[in-house]
Design a protein around this ligand. Structure first.
Ligand code: SF4
Ligand code: SF4
Length: 421
């Protein structure tokens, strides 16, 4: 079927991955260079008339047309339209990349995060929040690292809340030793929900995965937060306990539930260790922690030669595209736009907030091109090639290992200066 050049130019093209056209496109794409993934977005050069029109429209109507935005986003996903036609619904903002714990399967804890750990600075944070406030996007204040170790966490959260960002949430390890006054400030900051990791019902089990973690500090965190909420008569932040189910704590889920109930917490979520995946680890490490009690959740993960690549969920994704790219933005601690919250290095940096605002970036050609590339040739993007979405959708179970080969173990210091910082 012949595609109209104008339609394609505007980015309103529906991709049918099985068509001959697309197979030809796929063959023609240059897919062998990591550098090619670094598509530098530079201001207006990445804008075009359609992008600018959409920006003006959404800048004017912003959050008042949220239902329309949701419908358009669904439409774009369903029809694989790679152009952004509605504002982002969500944004990950990485407030910090260092951590006080050493969880073995986490890039931050295992020293595999490919950047110098640091906290986001105010000027970057303001650039993001001031711009995205007009859309009232839902925001998560962490990606990798412990967000509460950013000394400005509370003032930043308050600022984002006052500017109008919604559903502010974060995930903490709860190993933060603070006094009651600090917890009261946290409650009053405007944070909507907080996920607190608790990976065991006793100190020994907890410490198996949460290396360097102090169980009593986590319990203290639950208690002090509960007391602060009570004394301020506040329902927020909504507290959620989060257990990464592993071989050691798989028999303790009921005990963990009773424990958190004693602090008034009513929601316990669980995750498989493999959600962390995609990072180079020592061979056998994944097997050491993989839970065995719930066989239906056992992954078909690759645990050879030191790289765990993916971990399909119990219900495989139904969609044929990576929805992250249509739903929102992910911005690292240096203000880099990255494809999603899974990025722990700088191999897929798409631009920086100092060069192009989040709105401009969202409606830019760079974003559209990246979606197109993710659809047509995800294996050419180092990050996506390791992703369970891609593996699952395309059936490339062993491809990431073939392409990237054995990875270095956690002892290797892979940190490099983030060029944008
Ligand atoms: S507490 Fe979270 S960020 Fe820190 S090492 Fe563990 S998983 Fe990573
Ligand atoms: S395919 Fe995976 S790694 Fe790539 S953008 Fe989507 S979720 Fe992120």
């Amino acid at each position: 079927m012949r595609q109209s050049g104008a339609i394609e130019l505007m980015g309103f093209k529906r991709y049918n991955l099985s068509s001959k056209n697309e197979q030809k496109n796929l063959r023609n794409m240059n897919n062998d260079s990591v550098e090619n993934t670094k598509v530098a977005a530079r201001g207006s050069r990445n804008q075009d008339a359609i992008g600018e029109l959409l920006q003006v429209f959404w800048g004017r109507y912003g959050y008042r047309k949220q239902r329309l935005a949701a419908v358009l986003t669904r439409f774009a996903k369903r029809h694989s339209i790679y152009r952004s036609i509605a504002p982002p619904a969500h944004c990950y903002i990485e407030l910090n990349t260092y951590c006080n714990l050493k969880c073995p399967l986490c890039p931050s804890g295992s020293g595999n995060i490919d950047r110098i750990p640091k906290a986001m600075e105010w000027d970057i944070f303001r650039l993001i929040v001031d711009d995205l406030a007009k859309f009232r996007v839902n925001s998560t204040l962490n990606m990798w690292g412990e967000p509460l170790l950013n000394p400005e966490f509370i003032p930043m959260t308050r600022y984002a809340h006052e500017k109008g960002l919604r559903s502010l949430s974060c995930n903490t390890n709860g190993n933060i030793d603070k006094d009651e006054a600090w917890f009261r400030e946290l409650v009053q900051s405007g944070l909507s929900s907080i996920l607190i990791d608790i990976d065991g019902a006793d100190a020994e089990t907890y410490g198996k995965y949460r290396k360097r973690g102090r169980f009593e500090l986590v319990l203290d965190f639950f208690r002090k937060l509960g007391e602060a909420k009570k004394s301020l008569h506040s329902d927020l932040p909504h507290v959620i306990a989060l257990t990464v189910v592993n071989r050691y704590n798989q028999d303790q889920l009921d005990d963990i539930r009773s424990l958190i109930e004693s602090f008034g917490v009513t929601e316990l979520r669980t995750r498989n260790i493999g959600h962390i995946g995609m990072i180079p680890i020592k061979a056998g490490m994944f097997a050491e922690f993989m839970q065995t009690k719930y066989p239906e959740q056992n992954p078909q993960a690759i645990d050879k030669e030191g790289m765990v690549c993916f971990y399909p969920s119990v219900s495989p994704p139904q969609q044929l595209i990576c929805e992250y790219l249509w739903d929102g933005l992910a911005i690292d601690e240096c203000g880099n736009y990255v494809p999603c919250c899974k990025e722990y290095s700088t191999t897929s940096v798409l631009g920086n907030v100092r060069e192009i605002s989040p709105t401009e970036f969202w409606f830019s050609r760079t974003m559209a091109e990246f979606r197109k590339r993710n659809l047509l040739d995800p294996l050419s993007i180092p990050l996506c090639a390791k992703c369970y979405f891609v593996c699952h959708i395309r059936g490339f179970v062993s491809e990431p290992v073939r392409r990237f080969g054995p990875a270095s173990g956690p002892e290797t210091d892979r940190r490099t200066e983030n060029p944008s910082c």
